[in-house]
Design a protein around this ligand. Sequence first.
Ligand SMILES: Cc1cc2nc3c(=O)[nH]c(=O)nc-3n(C[C@H](O)[C@H](O)[C@H](O)COP(=O)(O)OP(=O)(O)OC[C@H]3O[C@@H](n4cnc5c(N)ncnc54)[C@H](O)[C@@H]3O)c2cc1C
Length: 287
Amino acid sequence: MIYDCAVIGTGPAGVSSALNLKIHNKNFIWFGSKSLSEKVQKAEQILNYPGFYAASGDTLQAAFRDQIEKMGIEITESMINEIVKFGDHYALMAGADFYEAKTVILTTGVSVKATLENEAEYIGRGVSYCATCDGSLYRGKKIAVLCNNARFEHEVRYLAEIAADVQYFPQYKELGAFPENVTIRRERVLGVQGAMKVNAIVTASGTTEVDGVFILRDSISLSSLLKGLASEDNHILVNRRMETNMPGVYAAGDCTGRPYQYTKAVGEGNVAAHSAIEYLDETGNAP
Ligand SMILES: Cc1cc2nc3c(=O)[nH]c(=O)nc-3n(C[C@H](O)[C@H](O)[C@H](O)COP(=O)(O)OP(=O)(O)OC[C@H]3O[C@@H](n4cnc5c(N)ncnc54)[C@H](O)[C@@H]3O)c2cc1C
């Protein structure tokens, strides 16, 4: 099935896009987390969201969740690793799963730059963002895994089933249980090293030889997500219709730039959805 639209990200921008696509009866798929956005959840008190005076992030998040449920909107709990132009539409990869959509709305939040030394250089040569895609390449080997969110722990356990030795660098507090071949290392990771391929990870305490490095982050760099997407200072370039430089691809929220605010995200998510709907009409792609 080719969806009318794929929305990527479940923060306020994604919520707003999804509501508008639903109201307009579009056949869309929405990727992200059922817990929506950590950035909403973490806010202690919100003073600039109309209609919710001094609400906590939890309150706003609960209201979002209630509205999504009442409108019968589903979330597909997957991280999109890569989007590829596929004729007149787009193919989206979530681990081993593959989806197709005529339009895409990116609401991924502030995207993380390749932050480790040499990380960008070794993408595809020992640096991977996807356990499901690349885990099998490391059967019986020694790998390092960096992770900034407990919700990816199942991927760490999956990697531990394949690799002989997992050096795990969690960047969050409360840890779940891991098998014996996982060594927990509370150290700051500085970079990766290698020749043709990665051969070591560098931390503040020194260098550890590894065959590969998995980086499991809440969001991945824009350049890895969709090749050819124009960006500036790590934000997606958009016009007032939230159009990117790629036909049928829109962006909204923090990923398009400052100010990083809920209401900007919600407004842009709305515009992006309407632009996608117009594009479907204009290109004769509407059902
Ligand atoms: C502690 C704190 C307090 C704040 N207080 C306020 C405030 O009072 N007022 C205000 O206006 N703003 C506030 N903000 C800022 C506000 O949280 C952000 O501007 C807003 O959440 C941006 O919404 P968004 O939808 O663009 O992105 P986000 O809320 O960051 O959501 C993006 C979502 O996309 C998901 N995602 C990313 N990549 C992928 C992928 N490849 N596949 C699937 N899903 C993906 C992420 O996991 C995330 O769930 C606060 C932020 C913080 C951290």
